[in-house]
Design a protein around this ligand. Structure first.
Ligand SMILES: Nc1ncnc2c1ncn2[C@@H]1O[C@H](COP(=O)(O)OP(=O)(O)OP(=O)(O)O)[C@@H](O)[C@H]1O
Length: 256
């Protein structure tokens, strides 16, 4: 019964971590709704869908046509639609694909340079997340767009738990600090850091020293297995017993 968002600077490993988290939660018997909220979506592949399967999924943004058709509500009024029809199970089938207990949905692919900002997508996601009513065993996990923009727009409103992914470098730490500040303003109290691409205990220590007032949920090693899984088109959770064990410890450590 949780809505979880995974945030951080571009390229830190949000998608990699999100895929592991979804599998670990699904293995506990939860019904997981994995939402790729990134405008450059890659979560489908990280979960182990083939590029062909991923291409068949209708992006959530196209729900707007459905919403307008059913309710007459226009862009910006999605909230009222989700109030009247708020269960995840009500989301029509063409918007999702399933692997085991993981239901995958995506916001929408990157727009062309001349197609404007992603305000409509953000409004849509915000409405969806704010108004979704989850059943006891249902969990939503969102792989967010890089950086802080979505926080500024309040897309992550309605989220219960935020994971901030960082790597051992100043830039991702700076982004995490900004995201935390914004997310606190949105009322998201539960926030944990995941240190990714860790090469040695010194990397862990560096992160802990640079972020003394953050709660660390755990650390993921820098591992060639991540690239191998990508190349094979398989889920990292399936290919790496080490990552599987690490994520399980993280999940139980934060009480999920
Ligand atoms: N623990 C790791 N060990 C080795 N490589 C990793 C690890 N985590 C992520 N990577 C690699 O780093 C790159 C970025 O990872 P990923 O796509 O998960 O990050 P992201 O934060 O979701 O990126 P984006 O902001 O572009 O969506 C990928 O090529 C991935 O293979």
């Amino acid at each position: 019964m949780k809505k979880i968002a995974v945030c951080g600077k571009g390229g830190v490993g949000k998608t990699t971590f999100t895929s592991l988290l979804c599998y670990a939660l699904a293995e506990q018997g939860r019904e997981v709704y994995a939402i790729d909220a990134d405008v450059n979506p890659t979560l489908a592949e990280a979960l182990g869908f083939s590029p062909e399967e991923a291409a068949e999924i209708t992006p959530i943004i196209e729900m707007k046509e459905l919403i307008e058709e059913r309710t007459g509500a226009k862009t910006g009024e999605y909230g009222s639609y989700f109030k009247t029809n708020p269960a995840v199970k009500d989301i029509p089938e063409r918007f999702s694909r399933k692997i085991g207990n993981i239901n995958f949905l995506m916001m929408g692919a990157m727009r062309g340079a001349d197609q404007g900002c992603a305000c409509a997508e953000n409004a849509m996601l915000k409405a969806l997340v704010t108004h979704l009513i989850l059943k006891e065993k249902e969990t939503v996990v969102m792989d967010m767009v890089a950086g802080t923009e979505h926080m500024g727009r309040g897309t992550a409103k309605g989220v219960d738990l935020l994971f901030l992914v960082v790597e051992p470098g100043m830039r991702s730490i700076k982004a995490a600090k900004e995201i935390r500040k914004m997310s606190r303003d949105l009322g998201i109290e539960s926030q944990y850091v995941i240190g990714n691409k860790i090469r040695s205990p010194a990397d862990e220590e560096y992160l802990r020293n640079q972020m003394p007032d953050f709660s660390f949920a755990g650390f993921l090693s820098k591992d060639d297995g991540v690239i191998s899984a990508e190349q094979q088109g398989r889920a990292l959770y399936e290919t790496s017993p080490e990552m599987r064990e690490t994520i399980k410890v993280i999940v139980s450590g934060v009480g999920l």
